[in-house]
Design a protein around this ligand. Structure first.
Ligand code: SF4
Length: 293
């Protein structure tokens, strides 16, 4: 206790602290400035607590020379594959299907459309037309109403009916199992053929390159190309062949879950320390000047 001019005062610092009713910190002067979401570490080196709902800022990237850095170094590729295995251990194609034909149709319908939408359309479609011959007997216009919600339905109807007719006419109603034969079907390019060969027939003939694979392969500096076929060629050079199909599915899932087109969730990404993408939202490594978004 201290006596000052007859008053009794508690010594400085000995008043018991009370929680603030207002939610503001007592004794902190209001400056009118919006508080920083992520204050820098204190002089003592401790990082302040993160505010609820806000992620703490990534630690400052360590300055490190990138001279001699090779994004295609086999050890880096191995670590990327290990990171994908960690994130997506039992991954498979997101398009629901019960046969090679159903997978082929679903893949054709998935162009410029979400897998969720395709998975809503195909059960009704295959209930109505159970076999390849049922599709082959249709006129494209008859199919259009059933697949309208997947977009580009006129072209997709022509592709599906055309593919069915060719499979019946040239392959006895069986889905061909080689890249060369699949590419003769209307509406089937390497992406669709790779999905069917890898997922259904378990043949690693190539890497599926869709919008997710394109974006992530460039972010991870696995390619500098923009053309799907050139990207596929680059990936086939560096990813072991036995991994081509799994790698494709894993990267596609990664593109849906974390490495999304805008605002990738880098703080949750197991590949973060290997990634130097220009549009990372969190980084513990120096971002290369030549890195691509
Ligand atoms: S760190 Fe970010 S940009 Fe790089 S792969 Fe992961 S989510 Fe994508």
């Amino acid at each position: 206790m201290i006596f000052v001019h007859g008053e009794t005062r508690m010594p400085r610092g000995s008043m018991p602290r009370q929680p603030s009713r207002s939610g503001r910190q007592e004794g902190v002067r209001r400056t009118g400035r919006v508080p920083s979401k992520t204050a820098p570490p204190t002089a003592a080196g401790r990082r302040p607590l993160a505010l609820p709902g806000l992620k703490p800022k990534a630690p400052a990237p360590k300055k490190k020379s990138t001279a001699g850095y090779d994004p295609l170094n086999p050890e880096r590729i191995r670590q990327i594959i290990a990171g994908l295995d960690q994130l997506y251990p039992n991954v498979t194609c997101a398009l629901n299907h019960c046969s090679a034909w159903e997978l082929l149709v679903a893949t054709i319908l998935s162009a410029q459309c979400t897998d969720v939408r395709v998975n809503m359309v195909t059960p009704v479609l295959f209930e109505k037309y159970p076999t390849v011959r049922d599709f082959a007997a249709l006129e494209p216009e008859q199919l259009e109403p059933d697949i309208r919600s997947t977009g580009f339905f006129r072209n997709k109807s022509k592709s599906v009916v055309g593919a069915a007719r060719k499979i019946v006419a040239d392959f006895g109603g069986k889905i061909p199992e080689t890249m060369e034969e699949l590419l003769t079907l209307p509406g089937v390019a390497r992406k669709t053929a790779n999905v069917v060969l890898g997922t259904w027939f378990k043949k690693n003939e190539g890497v599926v390159v869709d919008t997710h694979v394109t974006r992530i392969a460039r972010r991870l500096e696995l390619t500098r190309q923009e053309d799907a076929q050139k990207i596929e060629q680059d990936l086939m050079q560096i990813i072991p062949r036995e991994r081509w199909t799994d790698f494709s599915h894993q990267v596609i899932w990664h593109g849906r879950k974390l490495c999304v087109a805008r605002g990738p969730k880098c703080a949750d990404c197991a590949l973060e320390r290997l990634c130097h993408a220009a549009d990372k939202t969190w980084s513990t490594v120096e971002i290369h000047k030549n890195a691509k978004p």
